[in-house]
Design a protein around this ligand. Structure first.
Ligand code: ATP
Length: 234
């Protein structure tokens, strides 16, 4: 579904990604794990075309989207939930969700999507009129995910969904990520919480200073002594 080929990204003199190749197959959850600054967010931002590639390419369903504008990429079915949520603070929950559907015009479909999202996140349903800035961190994460789902993505890019959340909420968010995947949405997941990421993902890549150093089935990586030492706190 998604193929990233020999991707390099620079920020001025900083080489954030060097010759990175990875893929996500239809139906999968693929995790990218690695330390702070390894380049995980840069991979997602380059797929979304928010950051330009210096070399290499990104293919979505066989089509080269490396130089496609970000809103066109959303139209093609790829939507990113950015790190730190970035909900529209002064808009209500309902308005934030409506914004997520901006590429669509099928009113009936949009209403059905909204119902699905309220079913997935009952907390949002109870807070439809509440301003986004008054939501808790976990609720804002739910809203950011709900807003992305309103575009009905086939590939959802999630950047650090567990960041700053209490352990119980982290479990809840991961449970919901599993449900979203269960209804047919393919997911690429960037996480510092390698333990949770490897427990939910089918496959994973380990990124170190802009290079992919390990890849494989998530279960195998979770047993790998190097991964256990560096990322699972053992
Ligand atoms: P984190 O988990 O801390 O977000 P990450 O693995 O997602 O880390 P990136 O955010 O992709 O890492 O950053 C990769 C490298 O690129 C880092 O060295 C970072 O400082 C640098 N970098 C990221 N964005 C920019 C930018 N806009 N300008 C300059 N350097 C940047």
């Amino acid at each position: 579904m998604l193929v990233v080929e020999n991707l390099s990204v620079n920020y001025g003199a900083i080489k954030a990604l060097v010759n990175v190749s990875c893929r996500v197959d239809q139906g999968e959850i693929v995790a990218l794990i690695g330390a702070n600054g390894a380049g995980k967010t840069t991979i997602l931002n380059t797929i979304s075309s928010v950051v330009p590639a210096a070399a290499g390419r990104v293919l979505f369903e066989g089509e080269d989207i490396t130089r496609t504008a970000p809103h066109e990429i959303v139209k093609k079915g790829v939507c990113q939930v950015p790190e730190g949520r970035r909900v529209f603070a002064k808009m209500s929950v309902l308005e934030n969700l409506e914004m997520g559907a901006y590429i669509r015009s099928d009113k009936k479909g949009i209403a059905q999507e909204m119902e699905r999202i309220f079913h997935l996140f009952p907390r949002l349903a109870e807070r439809k009129k509440q301003l986004a800035k008054t939501l808790s961190g976990g609720e804002q994460q739910m809203l950011a995910m709900g807003r992305a789902l309103m575009s009905r993505p086939r590939l959802l890019l999630l950047d650090e969904p567990s960041m700053g959340l209490a352990p119980m909420l982290v479990e809840k968010i991961f449970e919901i990520i599993g449900e979203i995947n269960g209804t047919g949405t393919t997911i690429m997941l960037v996480e510092q919480n390698a333990h949770m990421a490897l427990s939910i993902a089918h496959r994973a890549y380990v990124l170190e200073t802009g290079h992919i150093v390990l890849e494989g089935p998530a279960g195998e990586l979770a047993e790998n002594p190097e991964v256990r030492k560096a990322y699972l706190g053992e």
